[in-house]
Design a protein around this ligand. Sequence first.
Ligand code: FAD
Length: 473
Amino acid sequence: MRTLTLTGLSGESRLVPAAAVDALAANLSGPLLRPDMDGYEEARQIWNGIFDRHPGLIARCTTTEDVVHGVNFAREHGVLLAVKGGGHNSAGNGSCDGGLMIDLSPMNRVQVDPQARTAQVEGGALLAHMDQETQRHGLAVSGGGIISHTGVGGLALGGGFGWISRKHGLAVDNLLAAQVVTADGQVRHASPDGHPDLFWALRGGGGNFGVVTRFTFRCVPLGPEVYSGLMVKRFEDAGNYMRFHRDYVRTLPDEMTAWMVIRHAPPLPFLPPEVHGQRVLVVPFVWLGAEAEGARLIEPMRQATPSLGEAVGMNRWVEWQSGFDGLVGHGARNYWKSHHLAELSDPCIQEILRYGAQLPSDECEIFIPHMEGAPARVPEEATAYAHRRTPFVLNIHTRWQRPEEDERCLAWVQAFHQATRPFARGVYVNFLSDEGANRVRDAYTPPVWERLVQVKRRYDPQNLFRLNQNIAP
Ligand SMILES: Cc1cc2nc3c(=O)[nH]c(=O)nc-3n(C[C@H](O)[C@H](O)[C@H](O)COP(=O)(O)OP(=O)(O)OC[C@H]3O[C@@H](n4cnc5c(N)ncnc54)[C@H](O)[C@@H]3O)c2cc1C
């Protein structure tokens, strides 16, 4: 009997009958790619260039039935299964070596019902697809992040926050229903009325429970323009600015979202050339309201410390949503580490500044979003997304180009993360790297974790879906 060697669920080699592979290829409406086939190289790529993984097979799925065939194949033959949505996850979970990749990227259709104000979004859509289609109707999905080449799938299953989530909630808070292919190959419709346990777990539990082929989101009216922009501050004043900002943003209405980013200044046209490449503190914001009121609210931010430059005004929402894409394109090496912060205390700011002064590459960012608002008003146990009450997040986004820089960049992020651990209260599951089984628990409270394990036992007792921030059954 002809066989093909693939990687098994525990990383072992498995001999799979070639006839089974041929049958999978025949059943799919999209192509089943092997390493020697056209399109394989492109399909295997994920965002984080640190991972150079080569799946044994890639099922380019175009329908839910394709996903069912892929899941059944992996389960029946004990083959390691990776599910790629947008492929953006910094932990590289969208791909694998030697197993089967279910590539959802051809499933990127978005259908909006403007009367009902809902959007049906396929499991492989990117934020760009969702933003463009919803904006054609003057709508948006809240909690859809800030970089348009991020996948809706991974983002929405982990939580999903963005510029308007303080006002309108996380992606999980706007999810009305999900069509899921579970490990047994069944297509299930999870909602408050159908499989409510599964629906609860999907809203924060990541890709542990099945492949979501279609999300139904609530939409909110937005745009087409929003008052938004960036102020760029001197790094030398960052301590003063940060102490002002941490208190000021907490007094602002939910319509205003203002974040902080420490990085080297990109060559932005509104910055004097001598600022390019210098260490700076960037303050981006979005205001959902009248321009004059937004201008009034940002004035204290403008005055707190001098700006090196700023670009503030009415921006088209889809352009704002993709305006930062170029800073975090595909292929660079990335390692993220993160904490939710109980507070942005003086000692915490001190550590941030200490490591901010030593950014190990031009592309590293220290990203500090402000989270309070609508997400914090949802009861902790309503969804699997936990840690709703922490006001700030610290995301250490380490990014560089050459393998020779690995050691230096990784040493910086590890030390920084350790130094800020005393201020942490949990972590956002979507900002975790591959940090081990125990660390995944930090993304959840103990009762949420227990409940997630129970749902996992029910829907995926074999742990077929294990290439994720894994909740072992
Ligand atoms: C540059 C950048 C900016 C970001 N900005 C934000 C932000 O503003 N807000 C925010 O909340 N997050 C943000 N994130 C984090 C983002 O939410 C996660 O990286 C998320 O995992 C990306 O989803 P993906 O589908 O692109 O990833 P993938 O790597 O494809 O998938 C990630 C995980 O989800 C699973 N998965 C993906 N799709 C599905 C599906 N349809 N069904 C079942 N499982 C699935 C995968 O198996 C994998 O385990 C950002 C990430 C990056 C790299």
